[in-house]
Design a protein around this ligand. Structure first.
Ligand code: GLN
Length: 226
């Protein structure tokens, strides 16, 4: 592996570790800015602050969603990476699941990254796990084994000509997609970025790169939603 790639990998891993260590809570925005609808980031655990920073770069001051009331009036919501079992448990305890499902059903834009994609899936394996069942995809948790436990790759997407940098951290494998799901990027023979109407998911972490392309795509969806 090239030196540059090793360095990049290390930087990505450090960023994830520092996000996990983070104890100070980022300040809450009003969800607005940038001329988009009101945007939230599920802030239970994991790297939600990295998504928040990405949105701030695009002019949006997100609401960090921790209770059902925080979902009110949202046009878009990001479900971040982290541990999907923890996200699910806390979201259930806080009574967030019905509100998230309602948002998606009413045309709100949802974007799940890694654990967030697992949350959004219709079916979860490895082991079997409850999910929101919003997107017609079936996923296998930690499906790349040790091979992609933590890796920085780059692959083409349907979004633009140049490849997109993809940070994989214990990523799920998207095993199958329904007929209404568009595959926007693949890596090693599996879909890694998918879209279904107002819903979008990546098994990698665009919030841990400098590239705002994928978040811009999500924000455009909030204009069409609700
Ligand atoms: N492996 C985690 C899970 O199964 C997801 C990892 C991530 O979000 N980076 O929940």
């Amino acid at each position: 592996m090239s030196k540059a790639k090793t360095k990049k990998k290390r930087a990505a891993a450090d960023e994830v570790k520092s996000a996990a260590r983070m104890t100070a809570r980022p300040s809450n925005g009003n969800g607005n800015g940038g001329g988009y609808g009101k945007i939230g980031v599920l802030a239970i655990q994991g790297d939600y602050e990295a998504h928040g920073k990405m949105l701030e770069r695009l002019g949006v001051h997100p609401v960090y969603v921790r209770s059902a009331g925080d979902l009110e009036g949202l046009r878009g919501l990001i479900l971040p990476g982290g541990e999907s079992t923890t996200h699910l448990k806390v979201a259930r305890e806080e009574g967030l699941l019905p509100g998230i499902k309602r948002l998606a059903k009413n045309g709100g834009a949802l974007f799940g990254t890694c654990a967030g994609a697992i949350m959004m899936a219709r079916e979860v394996h490895g082991p079997k796990q409850e999910s929101l069942g919003l997107m017609d995809i079936s996923v296998l948790r930690n499906g790349y084994g040790r091979q992609l436990a933590s890796d920085v790759e780059s692959a083409p997407t349907a979004l633009r000509d140049e490849p997109v940098e993809m940070v994989f951290i214990r990523a799920p494998v998207i095993e199958s997609t329904g007929k209404n799901v568009k595959v926007l990027a693949e890596f090693e023979g599996h879909p890694v970025m998918v879209e279904e109407g107002n819903l979008m998911a990546t098994t990698f972490h665009p919030e841990l790169t400098d590239d705002t392309t994928i978040h811009e795509r999500f924000l455009e969806k909030t204009r069409k939603s609700g």
